[in-house]
Write a protein that binds this ligand. Structure first.
Ligand code: DP6
Length: 331
């Protein structure tokens, strides 16, 4: 362990360009297909972990409140793996806070579990490789395994715990793509991603989606490496539609779109046809992520602000990997 048995880390969320939807193994979070994302700057989760040799239960606070039983179970799962690797049975105190409101429509589980894995490993004195850290974060939330890296990241699906982890495709400075988030709803989603992943297999569209995933991954990788925005736009929008097709045809069906989402889904390709370098992608919620080049970020934000039903506009760019806050290590 560190001298103090404690550490604090910050990590960023990410936006999937090729989506993770459905698991082969939902306990270990072995995904049905590989995925690609961009880690997002600006927004972050800060998590402190302290290991204490006194007997007792783990304590988990999220945004100053005790975690729900489900969130706690996921946190303990990550802590248990850390305890196993460090060969120390100590109880843990975990405190986590988001810099962005959890109702802003940005998935916080990716940054939360990337920060938890980073802080817990450091507090236990484990010197894990990025790959091992990625596997550790994956146990808490699938998309978190990608937030262990900055920039552009691919989660190699794999077939088991050892072979399912993320790798970096390109660092943040590779390409200044921006994510302009159109917040059209602040309601908490009724069906969370974990339940959605469980339902994916009930859709007759999921097998076709998974079968075609290698093609979409390849197209996305190429577009990113070549900094080809038009190619990226086409594949990112296509992939988002695939996932929402699966959601809508699941049993019971899932439809995350509001009328304002649907309006933007129609509008954005028209803006692109006018020559604006912008593309949409939608996660498991009604808010839409508009990817664009840095040169048009003002134009895109301005158009969104003028769009009826858009409550707020959030801005992010390619973000950094998790950081350990050194100050907290000395205490
Ligand atoms: C639509 O990683 O939130 O954002 O593993 O159950 O925590 P859990 O699911 P989560 O799923 C993310 C789904 C998505 C697509 C993506 O980020 O790839």
């Amino acid at each position: 362990m560190t001298a103090s048995g404690r550490a604090t880390a910050v990590a960023h969320p990410n936006i999937a360009l090729v989506k993770y939807w459905g698991n082969l193994d939902s306990e270990l979070r072995i995904p049905a297909n590989g995925s690609i994302s961009m880690t997002l700057s600006g927004l972050q989760t800060k998590t402190s972990v302290r290991f204490d040799p006194q007997p007792g239960e783990d304590q988990v606070l999220i945004d100053r409140r005790p975690a729900s039983p489900e969130a706690r179970r996921r946190v303990v799962r990550v802590l248990d793996r850390v305890r196993l690797l460090a060969d120390r049975p100590h109880r843990a105190y975990v405190e986590s806070a988001n810099s962005f409101p959890s109702d802003a429509g940005i998935a916080s589980s990716a940054s939360a579990f990337a920060a938890l894995a980073t802080a817990a490993a450091a507090a236990a004195g484990l010197d894990l490789s990025p790959r091992a850290l990625s596997r550790l974060a994956r146990l808490g939330s699938g998309s978190a395994c990608r937030s262990v890296y900055g920039g552009f990241v691919e989660w190699v699906a794999g077939v088991d715990d050892e072979s399912s982890y993320a790798v970096q495709i390109a660092p943040p400075e590779h390409w200044d793509v921006r994510d302009v988030v159109a917040v059209v709803s602040r309601d908490r989603k009724r069906v969370g991603s974990s339940e959605g992943h469980r339902r994916a297999g009930t859709s007759p569209r999921q097998s076709a989606r998974v079968e075609d995933a290698p093609r979409r991954l390849e197209a996305c990788r190429r577009a990113l490496l070549a900094r080809d925005f038009d190619a990226l736009a086409e594949i990112v929008e296509e992939d988002s539609r695939w996932m929402h097709d699966v959601m809508k045809t699941s049993v019971p069906p899932l439809d995350y779109s509001s009328p304002h989402t649907l309006q933007l889904l129609r509008q954005v390709p028209l803006w692109r046809a006018e020559g604006l370098s912008v593309a949409y992608t939608q996660d498991a919620g009604p808010n839409l992520h508009l990817l664009c080049l840095a040169s048009v970020v003002e134009q895109v934000s301005e158009r969104l602000r003028k769009t009826q039903g858009v409550l707020d506009v959030l801005l992010a760019g390619p973000g950094a990997p998790p950081q350990i806050l050194e100050d907290d290590l000395s205490g």
